[in-house]
Design a protein around this ligand. Structure first.
Ligand code: ZN
Ligand code: ZN
Length: 274
């Protein structure tokens, strides 16, 4: 049974809704051993002046987040290992990367997920990204961006939600299949292994045509290439979604041959039950 969830968001994130204490209470009630918040740090949006619904995206109050997280960490210490993390949204400008480096240095997050949201100047969650693009073009562009993100200069532990471009894609058949993007996916998976990073299995898949991202075919390939470090993340923005689909992920990973999850804790990798 999976008893960790390391990708969640609270009100500190621009699209978060839930109070951190509510999330923690739920995580405890589910019997989790490790629970992490990976709040959005959207320096990609900030540096590009990108808008959502015509509005500027609220940037995180990092001082307030880490102050509260550290307090609650102490308060809940005998109930759960709560980890205060970040989801850094990869951006290739040196200005954004400098900010990520400074944030990592100043706040010393317990772990960092590196994710690609913005690609070709737009967030590939929103329909504008797909306008005038074939699926093949859009997905390749996203995947090459992921490949580039693996060389980010800031310290990160986890490669977030590979297949994010399919989560809300406009195509009738949105599924991202290993066989159709094998070349670039192999480059990504090999680099994750070489760099000793952890591959996240993210269960917020919406209309991607998969129960989780990346799907089984990509996880199988990762395993066959020698990859063994995987992490569970629900990407919950509400308490009720914490640990969502953990049974499916546990079954799928075990079937492939994985025996453990790898949880990043302040630079150390801890093995946890699957
Ligand atoms: Zn994300
Ligand atoms: Zn997220």
């Amino acid at each position: 049974m999976i008893r960790t969830d390391m990708h969640t968001h609270t009100f500190f994130s621009q699209d978060g809704r839930e109070d951190l204490r509510n999330m923690l209470e739920k995580a405890v009630s589910l019997g989790l051993r490790y629970y992490g918040t990976s709040e959005h740090f959207d320096y990609d949006y900030w540096k590009r002046g990108l808008l959502i619904g015509g509005k500027q995206v609220r940037q995180i109050d990092a001082d307030a987040y880490f102050a509260r997280a550290r307090r609650l960490q102490r308060e809940y210490a005998d109930k759960i290992r709560y980890l205060a993390g970040c989801e850094f949204a990869y951006e290739n400008s040196s200005a954004a990367q400098e900010l990520y480096l400074k944030t990592a240095d100043k706040f010393k997050p317990d772990y960092i997920i590196n994710s690609v949201h913005v690609c070709l100047g737009n967030d590939c969650y929103f329909p504008e990204f797909f306008a005038g693009k074939s699926k093949e073009y859009a997905y390749n562009a996203y995947l090459y961006r992921v490949l580039e993100s693996l060389d980010a200069p800031y310290p990160y532990d986890v490669v977030g939600h590979i297949g994010y471009c399919s989560r809300n894609a406009v195509y009738k058949d949105a599924k991202l299949r290993y066989a159709e993007y094998a070349d670039v996916l192999d480059k990504i998976l090999i680099k994750i292994i070489e760099k000793n990073k952890i591959l996240e299995v993210n269960t917020s898949s919406k209309t991607a045509g998969s129960d989780f991202l990346p799907d089984t075919d990509i996880l199988e390939r990762y395993f066959s290439l020698g990859g063994r470090k995987v992490l569970f993340g629900s990407d919950a923005h509400d308490a009720f979604r914490i640990a969502d689909k953990r049974e499916q992920v546990s079954a799928a990973l075990s079937k492939i041959g994985f025996t453990r999850l790898t949880v990043p804790v302040r630079g150390e990798f801890i093995q946890e039950e699957l």
